[in-house]
Ligand binder design. Structure first.
Ligand code: GNR
Ligand code: NI
Length: 167
């Protein structure tokens, strides 16, 4: 297993639209294992391949309290959405920034598991929010893009300053 470097906003590579995974093979399973390790180490509750500069449609997440429930979504698709909710979000690609985002309250998602078998789930609450956040990454979208231009430029300035301090 290996820890993968996470791209930081405003890295333009975060705006890449990921391509479908054609075959769930050993290479994909190795990537899933490395992404899970990277997510747990960060620590975060989700990670999309886009964030580790791999532009293929897969994500991992674990919203359990004791970090024992890894969920893997390969080629995830939102089939339907219901309701609206607002909650504070953070992102491993936008460290230290937490902002309120409006999302659908419930989503039905179809994906493939680590064996390539299709499955569907109805997600609500944090799982629904996290899935929308991660699928956005696969479409090249970072949560700060839902905020006002002013907030986005303040966030960019803050992250640029952090990058100078840590350099
Ligand atoms: O760790 C994360 N926490 C989080 C909190 C609220 C809404 C979404 C998230 S996802 C984030 C990890 C991450 O950046 N995934 O892309
Ligand atoms: Ni994120």
């Amino acid at each position: 297993m290996a820890l993968l470097p996470i791209l930081r906003y405003p890295d333009p590579r975060l705006h890449t639209r990921a391509k479908p995974v054609a075959h769930v093979n050993a290479g994909i399973r190795k990537l899933v294992a490395d992404m899970a390790e990277t997510m747990y180490a960060a620590p975060g509750i989700g990670l999309a391949a886009t964030q580790v500069n791999v532009h293929q449609r897969l994500l991992v997440l674990d919203i359990s309290e004791d970090k024992s429930q890894l969920q893997i979504f390969i080629n995830p698709e939102i089939l339907s959405k219901e309701g609206e909710c607002e909650g504070e979000e953070g992102c491993l690609s936008v460290p230290g920034i937490y902002e309120t985002v409006k999302r659908s309250e419930r989503v039905r998602v179809r994906a493939q598991d680590r064996d390539g078998h299709p499955f569907e789930i109805d997600a609500a609450g944090l799982l629904a929010v996290c899935l929308q956040h991660e699928i956005d990454h696969l479409d090249g979208k970072v949560f700060v893009e839902y905020l006002s231009r002013l907030k986005q430029s303040r966030i960019q300035a803050k992250l640029a300053k952090q990058a100078r301090i840590t350099a």
